[in-house]
Design a protein around this ligand. Structure first.
Ligand SMILES: Nc1ncnc2c1ncn2[C@@H]1O[C@H](COP(=O)(O)OP(=O)(O)O)[C@@H](O)[C@H]1O
Ligand SMILES: [Mg+2]
Length: 288
């Protein structure tokens, strides 16, 4: 994982990832589903860049395209200036599902596997690196355990260690904590931020939770409902979990809530809260 200085977000820094006017479609025999429409954004080295939007707005589809599993219908995705034409070890995805770890491999073997399969390292170096990252996620003591003996949160930490061990140029996370209970989810957010402080990787993180986006991201891209289009890009640097109760944090959450749900009361004022809501199909009319 390459290190980047804390001031990496300076405007002079060249983007690591460029998503340039990207439209993505699913084609079946009978229909074409447009998932995103001309979405554009740049991720700088060291960014914790969050894609936030309602279910079905194309967040996972965008992430799959950045990972190289889907080819844009229009536009281009570039990593360090070079067009993305398929999957590669420079982009690793962590998914929401707990079953992303083969159950017949121990925790350590799971983390070693991509390093060996991609011939990145030999067996001894792979074992060393696996233990290094397992230690970073607090699971060194569970190196020889099998996945079915771990909690959901621990399995996600293994998946994160496995991804970081590949030292990708960018780590892609698709709602990695969405299936966890609220307390575990909060702890995982805290740990991810602590890990970022230590390792300073570049992160592209997908969520439909406003609060999670503000906690995790230093920049948040707000996507409109299906098909996803860019609605706003917000600077959310300097919040983290410590800022959770602050008035600036609440103001930002409410501002995003208003951008998403212009006609409903903000969270805590009779509304049912920002999470889990679906947008009305009417186009949102607000200035970015
Ligand atoms: N494999 C697929 N085939 C056809 N349509 C799909 C497929 N996957 C997703 N879609 C559609 O593309 C749109 C975006 O989906 P997705 O990227 O999963 O949204 P999100 O992750 O924001 O919830 C949705 O309308 C969804 O129904
Ligand atoms: Mg999704």
């Amino acid at each position: 994982m390459r290190s980047v200085p804390a001031s990496a977000a300076a405007v002079t820094t060249a983007p690591l990832l460029q998503v340039d006017g990207v439209s993505l479609e699913y084609r079946t025999a009978r229909s074409v589903v447009r998932a995103t429409h001309r979405v554009g954004f740049d991720v700088l080295p060291g960014d914790r860049f969050v894609l936030l939007g309602p279910s079905g707005c194309g967040k996972s589809t965008l992430l799959k395209a950045v990972a190289g599993f889907l080819t844009p219908r229009d536009g281009e995705i570039r990593l360090e200036g070079k067009p993305v034409h398929g999957p590669g070890p420079d982009r690793i995805v962590v998914f929401q599902e707990f079953d992303q770890l083969p159950p017949w491999k121990t925790v350590k073997q799971n983390v070693m596997f991509p390093l060996l399969a991609s011939r990145t390292l030999g067996r001894r170096e792979a074992a060393e690196r696996a233990l290094h990252y397992l230690d970073k996620v607090g699971l060194a003591a569970f190196a020889d355990a099998y996945p079915h003996t771990l909690s959901g949160g621990m399995k996600q930490r293994v998946a994160i260690a496995r991804a970081l061990a590949m030292q990708p140029k960018i780590l892609l996370m698709d709602e990695p904590f969405a299936a966890l209970d609220a307390l575990t989810r909060r702890r995982m957010q805290e740990e991810l931020l602590a890990l970022w402080e230590e390792v300073r990787f570049t992160l592209l993180f997908v969520t439909h939770s406003i609060e999670e986006a503000v906690v995790i991201g230093n920049r948040v891209l707000l996507l409109s409902p299906h098909p996803g289009r860019v609605r706003a890009e917000l600077d959310t640097a300097g919040f983290g979990l410590a800022g959770l109760g602050s008035s600036r944090f609440q103001a930002t959450v409410q501002r995003i809530h208003h951008l998403l749900f212009p006609d409903s009361p903000p969270p805590g004022q009779g509304g049912e809260g920002a999470e889990g809501r679906t947008l009305s199909p009417t186009d949102l009319r607000f200035a970015i």
